[in-house]
Design a protein around this ligand. Structure first.
Ligand code: HSE
Length: 421
């Protein structure tokens, strides 16, 4: 027998994901919650920025508000679902809810990539749940698998394609030969991009997800500030075309590894062999690889962005919390940051690079490579430039090489992109 017949949700935000959750809870699954969870779900209160601007289909039992108080102070609201985006006031609102003993579900990676440890401690102190599965890779279950299903492993590496917008842009630039701007506009129209797409194209959105993956894979605090981040603005159609001829695609990769008790965490575009499974993850799809001592490897694939895919993950968390409430338990599946590994600086990573160089005389730039001991694995002439793929060297030495090439007369270093190997 259920403790309550109906659980009530206070929703903060009715944007793309907010309305996705509203639709799933109030229309698409409305009749099935009772069967699936044994209780009914309802969203009686929604906070929006401007009530007059809302033109979405809403149930008669739902009231819209422009302030938080009506939701926070309502004892009948069981769970708060925060889908406002941005750091403040979302961070403060979540904290206030937890301090009131209200469990929270969120998709807000901006907040958790900075404040996960703090907010999870507040949740624990106040005996409530804080879940944010949807913050990483949209519809793909990955936070819960890391925290629960793969807990038996010492994980070594988690890597993948973690941003739907940039994956869509790179896919369309390759397949349709669209310009970067055209592909970005389409990604925005499809609801993949953040309100401010610079977070997508500059790699920050993916970096937030890498921070969350790293913290949960290695049980150690990792924030956005610990992730080396580079976006895709500098990738040109020429880079994509030449890489294609050399057997590679260019993808924005998020990678975190545990090496000698230090955490490597980075996001950057990289050439990746066409045969590699990640190379074939296209459009707004995301994929995450996990390597562990017991599982060997596991791959998770699915939609990483969009209204309903993200809403699906949010609703999974809501269901989990309802079950906890029904069985009088909380924080069963949570972040647990008992290690305190140091973060490995990017300078000491070893990477191979794809470089596109324009120079009148090949011997000049080759001499500079020799000076830094950088070996060339592949050379390809392309129109009036030459593309090379180097052997691996430390980022520190690579940076010195780039500096020397940039200083040299009659040499233009047109592109430098890492190669995943
Ligand atoms: N803007 C994000 C993306 C949404 O494109 O992946 C999901 O985090």
């Amino acid at each position: 027998m259920a403790k309550k017949e109906k659980y009530k949700i206070g929703l903060l935000g009715l944007g793309t994901v907010g309305y996705g959750v509203y639709q799933v809870v109030e229309y698409m699954q409305k009749e099935q919650w009772k069967e699936k969870l044994g209780v009914e779900l309802e969203i009686p209160k929604v906070m929006v920025k401007e009530i007059a601007a809302v033109n979405k289909k809403i149930q008669p039992h739902t009231t819209l508000y422009e302030t938080y108080d009506e939701i926070l102070n309502d004892d009948e609201i069981d769970i708060i679902v925060e889908l406002m985006g941005g750091i403040e006031p979302a961070h403060t609102y979540v904290k206030m809810a937890l301090e009131r003993g209200k469990s929270v579900v969120s998709a807000n990676k901006d907040v958790y990539a900075l404040y996960a440890e703090e907010l999870e401690a507040v949740a624990k102190e106040n005996n409530c749940d804080l879940l944010y599965e949807a913050a990483v890779a949209g519809a793909i279950p990955i936070m819960r698998p890391l925290r629960q299903c793969m807990l038996a492993n010492n994980l070594q590496c988690v890597m993948g394609i973690l941003n739907g917008t940039t994956n869509y842009i790179l896919t369309k630039m390759e397949e349709e030969r669209w310009s970067f701007e055209q592909a970005l506009a389409e990604a925005q129209a499809l609801g993949y991009a953040e309100r401010n797409p610079t977070a997508d194209v500059d790699g920050i959105d993916a970096a937030r997800k890498v921070a969350l993956l790293a913290a949960n894979a290695f049980h150690s605090p990792v924030t956005l500030h610990d992730v080396y981040t580079e976006g895709i603005r500098h990738i040109t159609p020429e880079d994509i075309a030449i890489s294609g001829e050399l057997g590679y695609r260019i993808k924005l990769l998020g990678i975190t590894e545990l090496v000698n008790d230090t955490i490597k965490a980075s996001v950057y575009p990289a050439l990746i062999k066409k045969e590699h499974q990640l190379s074939n993850v296209s459009d707004s799809f995301n994929a995450v690889y996990v390597y562990g001592d017991a599982i060997d490897e596991a791959m998770f694939y699915g939609r990483g962005a969009g209204e309903l895919p993200t809403a699906s993950a949010v609703c999974g968390d809501i269901a989990d919390i309802i079950r906890n409430m029904e069985y009088d338990c909380v924080t069963r599946v949570r972040g647990n940051y008992y290690n305190h590994y140091t973060i490995c600086p990017i300078d000491s990573y070893e990477n191979a690079y794809f470089l596109r160089i324009k120079a009148a005389d090949i011997t000049v730039w080759q001499a500079i490579f020799d000076q830094f001991g950088i070996k060339i694995a592949v050379t390809k002439e392309y129109r009036d430039s030459v593309a090379v793929i180097t052997e691996k060297a430390t980022e520190k030495v690579m940076a010195e090489l780039f500096e020397a090439l940039n200083q040299a007369e009659n040499i233009q270093l047109e592109s430098k992109i890492r190669v995943f190997a």
